[in-house]
Design a protein around this ligand. Structure first.
Ligand code: BES
Ligand code: ZN
Ligand code: ZN
Length: 489
């Protein structure tokens, strides 16, 4: 639980107080906090440089058992991400030390040149996201989450921002659910099972939940989904989550790639690159997480989440390279490579979303191409759009949430490379380079005239090692960005 709390440090009893410190400048308004920080910086070995740490036990001046100081580096370089990371690291450390209740001092607006609203939002967010463990698959659950995370502010600030803790918690809840679903192994999330897990969780919110089963997928002629599913014993599902508040005028469709495991199909992936392909449903997880969050945040617009869930496996019944399949939209596709399966299931899901829900805007999220990692590395997502305004809105939400995005082009003449001699299009490009671009261009064939953006999250959807406010595994990338964006479209 997050709480903004005004505490009299001299009188009120506190377990652990955490104080962020800059090396060159005092950043606190609370005089007791400032004077403690000053004292800490007189001690050899602690300057307040980034990641410096110092602990006082049974300190004087305050009625706390422990005061821990954490370095932030130079004040001039301080930004919101540094505060988000500090809050996340603080919580993780306190989990390790088996605390259950902590108090974090909040830097001041005047002394940092950051806005109070932003300081509070990112610190609450980092702390809440850091307060997460994925130990479902461990026999021994060694650690416990913090029960209460308090932020030291004035009574006035606590009142002014009284709604913030529940808003941040709502966004983090969707993010943490997405993380868990991505981290879960593929043997525990075949399409039917994952559909059930998502539907059950979404059913607890004010969302309309629909799951299309194998029979309905056939009846609707989702030919591209069925082609990808052909090699697997685990049958596909389509999950649809609808948030429709009263008085909403605009409709946004969010579509997420939900490949529960991507072996590559008959174009089998080599060993190393196959092992992490449980994360290939991260786009779908982010869409589901976002809908669960927006059901609590209640923006004034209709938001429809469409999540095709399919397992891509090789077998005697698998789709072959060279096969020609017919999509839901009607176009035929020659399968140049069975490992380019994400664009196929998205083609059906997006054409369906356009036809059925006629959205004003559609955004898809997908761990679509390894090429996007080559281009932008593992931390930045690629954004493609038919509208520069929409791309810019996504990039700006990405800056605010530190879910970073970069605008990539969809040049008209690259379409040529997807031509097939026998079908309406091929699912891979004849040319060597620009794999993320040609994948986006393929998708653009299935959105009609809808204002649309595609976010390739192949890089940032998953991390191998612990980070400041995220453990190893799924990152939930996209949930925070989309929650921010939904209020703005
Ligand atoms: N799921 C992969 C893309 C991916 C790679 C995601 C690495 C995350 C990390 C996708 O289905 C895929 O296999 N894409 C191929 C496309 C190629 C066959 C045109 C790729 O990127 O190699
Ligand atoms: Zn693939
Ligand atoms: Zn894939």
């Amino acid at each position: 639980m997050l709480k903004l709390k005004s505490v009299n440090l001299k009188k009120d009893k506190v377990g652990i107080l955490v104080i962020p410190v800059c090396e060159d400048k005092d950043i606190h308004d609370n005089q007791t906090v400032s004077s403690l920080a000053k004292k800490a910086q007189k001690i050899k070995g602690f300057k307040g440089e980034k990641d410096d740490e110092l602990t006082f036990y049974d300190p004087d001046q305050v009625n706390a058992e422990i005061v821990t100081f954490l370095g932030l580096g130079k004040q001039g370089k301080l930004d919101t991400e540094a505060l988000r990371a500090l809050a996340g690291k603080t919580v993780k450390k306190c989990i390790q030390k088996e605390f259950s209740d902590i108090l974090i001092a909040v830097p001041s607006e005047k002394k940092t040149k950051l806005k109070t609203a932003d300081i509070l939002e990112v610190m609450l967010e980092g702390a809440c996201l850091g307060n997460h463990l994925f130990d479902k698959y461990k026999k021994e659950k060694k650690l416990k989450l913090l029960k209460q995370i308090n932020f030291l502010v004035t009574a006035e600030t606590a009142k002014k921002f009284s709604k913030l803790p529940s808003q941040v918690s709502a966004i983090c809840e969707g993010t943490k659910l997405a993380r868990e679903w991505v981290s879960m192994p593929s043997n525990d999330k075949p399409p039917a099972q994952l559909a059930k897990i998502i539907a059950e969780r979404a059913g607890k919110e004010s969302l309309k939940v629909t799951v299309l089963d194998d029979k309905e997928i056939r009846k609707n002629k989702f030919g591209a989904m069925l082609a990808v599913a052909a090699g697997s014993q685990n049958r596909p599902r389509m999950v649809i989550l609808e948030y429709r508040p009263k008085g909403a005028k605009k409709t946004v469709a969010l579509v997420g790639k939900g490949i529960t495991f991507d072996s590559g199909g008959l174009n089998l992936k080599p060993g190393g690159s196959m092992a992490e392909m449980k994360m290939d449903m991260a786009g779908g997880a982010a869409v589901a997480g976002t809908l669960i969050s927006v059901a609590k945040l209640k923006p004034k617009m209709n938001i429809i989440g469409v999540i095709p869930l399919v397992e891509n496996m090789p077998s005697g019944s698998a789709t072959r390279p060279g096969d020609i399949i017919k999509t839901y939209e009607g176009k035929t596709v020659e399968i140049g490579n069975t490992d380019a399966e994400g664009r196929l299931i998205l083609a059906d899901a997006m054409a369906y979303a356009v036809k059925k829900y006629k959205p004003d805007t559609m955004i898809d999220l997908a761990t679509l191409t390894g090429a996007c990692i080559v281009a932008l590395g593992e931390k930045i997502a690629g954004v493609f759009s038919s509208s520069d305004k929409l791309a810019n809105a996504i990039i700006s939400s990405g800056k605010k949430t530190y879910e970073r995005c970069w605008h990539l082009p969809m040049p008209e003449d690259y379409k040529e490379s997807l031509k097939s001699e026998f079908a309406d299009t091929n699912n891979i490009s004849k040319e060597g380079g620009g794999g993320s671009i040609t994948a986006a261009i393929f998708l653009s064939e299935f959105v009609g005239k809808t204002r649309w953006a595609h976010i390739d999250i192949a890089g940032p959807a998953y991390v191998r090692k612990d980070e400041a406010y995220c453990g190893a595994g799924g990152t939930g990338f996209g949930v925070r960005l989309l929650c921010d964006l939904m209020g703005k479209l």
